[in-house]
Design a protein around this ligand. Structure first.
Ligand code: 13P
Length: 252
């Protein structure tokens, strides 16, 4: 099975960033427009409060935007929530769903992540569905089976190829400076592609599978050079244009 989807480097700002941070968005846009990410697509997922202002900055540049979560419903009495349609209206093309900080911090189940991904699809957004094992699960030898059941439970059956990105983010690698070995990343990404291939009837070669968890300028080349890794989902290092572009620059 050959695959060569266009690489994707996405920055997940999490709950970081106020208007002052929009300068980083401008810098990223200028760098990407100048060829700083080569063939890669670059997506910034700022907090929702910055989406509309960031969309104005990104207009006319190759940089696109994403949300970090969406509710399953298009609108309704859900105080504090945000819908996929609202993210789309604010200028997003992507939305991250099933991040471990939502699965654990907000008790989101596979079933709710699946409905969020379907909501993204309904609104015309591409869902970046996150999966990944905990340290205890990896140490017990259960990493593949845990990710396998997350994929089975969190990826809607009806998703089209264009509307799905998978991000493998081992929980123990997020914000810790730890990363799996290149062999472990390769094994997991190969496994994920195989599982998605069963679901998408042999078309998983077109799906982008990102690695996320402590991707930094210093390890980006090694991590993104691993077989079946089609880009990165970057947390802390996406908050400054300098570090983020050093990572996206791997594809120059
Ligand atoms: P860090 O890059 O800060 O480890 O975060 C990864 C992440 O959770 C991206 O979604």
């Amino acid at each position: 099975m050959t695959h060569n989807p266009r690489p994707l480097v996405a920055g997940n700002w999490k709950m970081h960033g106020v208007r002052e941070s929009l300068g980083e968005v401008s810098e990223i846009c200028a760098a990407v427009a100048g060829g700083g990410a080569g063939e890669a697509e670059v997506v910034i997922c700022p907090p929702a409060t910055l989406l509309m202002a960031a969309a104005q900055i990104c207009a006319g540049t190759p940089v696109t935007l994403g949300g970090q979560y969406c509710h399953t419903q298009p609108s309704g009495p859900f105080t504090g929530d945000i819908s996929a349609e609202m993210l789309k209206d604010a200028g997003a093309s992507y939305v991250i769903v099933g991040h471990s900080e939502r699965r654990f911090g907000h008790n989101e189940s596979n079933a709710s992540v699946r409905e969020e991904a379907a909501a993204a699809f309904r609104a015309g957004l591409t869902a970046i569905v996150c999966v990944g094992e905990t340290r205890a699960e990896r140490e017990a030898g259960h990493a593949l089976s845990v990710v396998g059941s997350q994929l089975a439970g969190s990826v809607p059956k009806a998703l089209s190829l264009e509307s799905l990105v998978i991000a493998y983010e081992p929980v123990w690698a997020i914000g810790t400076g730890l990363t799996p070995t290149p062999q472990d990343i390769a094994e997991m990404h190969r496994f994920i592609r195989g599982r998605i291939n069963e679901q998408l009837l042999g078309q998983a070669d077109k799906i982008r599978i990102l690695y996320g968890g402590s991707v930094k300028p210093g390890n980006a080349e090694e991590v993104m050079g691993v077989e079946d890794v089609d880009g990165a989902l970057v947390g802390g290092a996406s908050l400054t244009a300098k570090d983020f572009m050093a990572i996206a620059g791997v594809y120059r």
